[in-house]
Design a protein around this ligand. Structure first.
Ligand code: FAD
Length: 445
C-alpha cells in the first residue's frame, strides 16, 4: 500500500520568527523545509558590537544546519526566494545561480525587514546600514581604515572630517551604536593613535534624532536618562534635528548646517523585506503584509506571515513593533495553528506577552523597563541587559566566547577585534554547473 505523503511546510527565513516556527514542528508528522539566503542565524542585538570591534562575527551567528542537526523532519536549503506562486503553492529559490522550485502545503514567511531610506537616494548611496553581519564588518573596516588615514592626515580639517561619525536615529540601534563608537574612541583608539607624531585626533560622534526624545516607546524618565548617559560619554546628541541630505564628504542637517564627515550611519527606519511583495496582496504601512490574528494572510489561508513582515494591530489599534519577542511568539503561533488545523482544531489568536524593553548605551550605562513596570537605569540596567543577551544568544560556545570577551573588555577597556578585513567573497561556487560529462576519477597505477 502506498504510504500517504506527509504535509510539507516551507518556512522562508531562519531569523527569529522562522526558527521558532520550525522548532514547533520537530517530531511532528510533517516535513519542513527551512530556506534562508544565509547558512546562519544572526543575533541582531549584538551587530553593533561587531561593528565596534567588541565581538567577532562568528560569536553572534549560528549555523542553521547545526540547530537542526538531529531533527530528521527539518531540512535546510540555502538560497534566495525570488518568486511565490500562491495558486500553484510553489516557491522559487535561487540556489548558487540556478533556480529550484519547492512546493508547499503551508507556507510561513518570516523574511524580516530591510532599511527604509524613505526615498532619500543620496542618503542610501552614502550611508552605512546595520542590518546584517556583512554590514557590521563593512562598518568596522571603514571606521578603522578612516582612523589609519586620519592618523597621517596633515590638514586638521580633513583629519576632523575623517574622525567624525554621524549616526541618524535615536532608537535602540542608533543610541547603542553611537555609544559604542564613542567608547571605542575614548578607551582604545584615542590611546593607540596618539603615537603618531603631532597628529592629535579629536574624534566626534554626533547622534541626530528628528523628534524631541530618544527611545520613543520608553517612559520620559528613561528617555531623559538615556540622553544624559549618552552625553556623559561625549556623544553630541541633536534632538529635533532631521537629516536633510548626504554626500560623500558631508551631511546637511535640517537647519542647513553642514557637517564634514565620511561616515554616516543610517538607523532611522526599517520596512518589511521585499519578499512581501511576492504574495501579491495589498501591503500596509512599512510594506508589511496584513495578517489575521491567527497569523494567516487574508484570503491566502495556506500562507502565514510573522515577525517584522507582518502587520497586525494590538488592542489599542497600534501595529505591533518590529522586535524579537514578537517575531518569536508569532512564529510559534503560526506553527501551532498549522498543527491545530491538521488536528481539526480551531486556530488561536495572537496575544503578546512582553517582558519589557531595554537598551544599552555603554559600559555601565543602559536603560531598562522591565515588564513595563520597573524602570532601571545605569549599572543595574546594564547588568540586566548583559545577562539577558547572554542567555538569548544561541550556542554554548558563543555564550562562553562572548562572556570571556565582555569580561576582558570590561577589565582592560580593550576591544579585541580591531582587524581590518576586506570583505572578499569568492563567488567561484556560484559559477559551478553540472557538466555534460563529469571527469572520471583515476589513479596512476
Ligand atoms: C542592529 C539591530 C539591532 C536590533 N536589536 C534588537 C533588540 O535589541 N531587541 C529586539 O527585540 N529587536 C532588535 N532588533 C530587531 C530584530 O532583529 C527583529 O525584530 C527580528 O529579527 C525580526 O525577526 P524576523 O524573523 O521577522 O526576521 P529576521 O530575524 O531578520 O530574519 C529574517 C531572515 O530571512 C532571511 N531572508 C530575507 N529575505 C530572504 C529571501 N528573499 N530569501 C531567503 N531568505 C531571506 C534573512 O537572511 C534572515 O535570516 C534589532 C535589529 C537590528 C537590525
Amino acid at each position: 500500500m502506498e504510504r500517504q505523503r506527509r504535509p510539507r511546510i516551507v518556512i522562508i527565513g531562519a531569523g527569529f520568527g522562522g526558527l521558532h516556527a520550525a522548532r514547533q514542528f520537530v517530531k511532528e508528522d510533517v516535513d519542513v523545509l527551512l530556506i534562508d539566503r544565509n547558512n546562519f542565524h544572526t543575533f541582531t542585538p549584538l551587530l553593533y558590537q561587531v561593528a565596534t570591534c567588541a565581538l567577532d562575527s562568528g560569536e553572534i551567528a549560528y549555523p542553521v544546519r547545526g540547530i537542526f542537526r538531529d531533527k530528521a523532519n527539518i531540512s535546510f536549503l540555502m538560497g534566495e526566494v525570488t518568486t511565490i506562486d500562491t495558486n500553484a503553492q510553489t516557491v522559487r529559490v535561487r540556489v548558487n545561480g540556478t533556480a529550484r522550485i519547492e512546493t508547499y502545503d503551508k507556507l510561513i514567511v518570516a523574511a524580516g525587514s530591510v532599511t527604509n531610506f524613505f526615498g532619500m537616494d543620496t542618503v542610501q548611496q552614502y550611508s552605512f546600514e546595520l542590518k546584517d553581519l556583512r554590514d557590521s564588518v563593512t562598518l568596522r573596516n571603514h571606521i578603522l581604515k578612516l582612523f589609519e588615514k586620519a592618523a597621517w592626515a596633515e590638514d586638521p580639517t580633513y583629519r576632523q572630517a575623517l574622525s567624525t561619525i554621524v549616526v541618524v536615529g535615536g532608537g535602540p540601534t542608533g543610541i547603542e551604536t553611537a555609544g559604542a563608537i564613542r567608547e571605542l574612541y575614548a578607551h582604545v583608539l584615542h590611546k593607540e593613535y596618539a603615537n603618531t607624531p603631532g597628529m592629535q585626533l579629536e574624534p566626534r560622534v554626533i547622534l541626530v534624532e528628528m523628534t524631541d526624545a530618544l527611545l520613543r516607546p520608553y517612559p520620559p524618565k528613561l528617555q531623559a536618562a538615556a540622553l544624559r548617559q549618552l552625553e556623559s560619554l561625549g556623544v553630541d546628541v541633536r534632538l529635533n534635528t532631521a537629516l536633510k541630505d548626504a554626500a560623500k564628504d558631508h551631511v546637511i542637517l535640517g537647519d542647513d548646517s553642514i557637517i564634514p564627515t565620511y561616515t554616516l550611519i543610517w538607523s532611522a527606519g526599517v520596512k518589511a523585506a521585499p519578499v512581501g511583495e511576492l504574495l501579491n496582496v495589498p501591503l500596509q504601512r512599512g510594506a508589511r503584509v496584513p495578517v489575521k490574528p491567527t497569523m494567516a494572510v487574508e484570503n491566502l489561508d495556506n500562507v502565514y506571515v510573522v515577525g517584522d513582515m507582518a502587520y497586525l494591530e494590538d488592542e489599542n489599534g497600534m501595529p505591533y513593533p518590529m522586535i524579537i519577542p514578537i517575531a518569536q511568539q508569532q512564529g510559534i503561533l503560526a506553527a501551532k495553528n498549522i498543527l491545530r488545523g491538521y488536528a481539526g482544531q480551531e486556530p488561536e489568536h495572537f496575544t503578546y506577552s512582553s517582558r519589557g524593553i531595554m537598551a544599552t548605551i555603554g559600559r555601565s550605562r543602559a536603560v531598562a523597563w522591565i515588564y513595563h513596570r520597573i524602570q532601571l537605569t545605569g549599572y543595574l540596567a546594564w547588568a540586566a541587559w548583559l545577562v539577558l543577551h547572554l542567555v538569548e544568544l544561541m550556542g554554548f560556545r558563543n555564550r562562553l566566547n562572548v562572556l570571556i570577551n565582555w569580561t576582558w573588555n570590561y577589565i582592560t577597556y580593550d576591544r579585541s577585534v580591531r582587524l581590518i578585513e576586506e570583505n572578499t567573497i569568492d563567488d567561484r561556487a556560484d559559477t559551478i554547473e553540472k557538466p555534460e560529462v563529469l571527469p572520471v576519477e583515476a589513479e596512476v597505477a
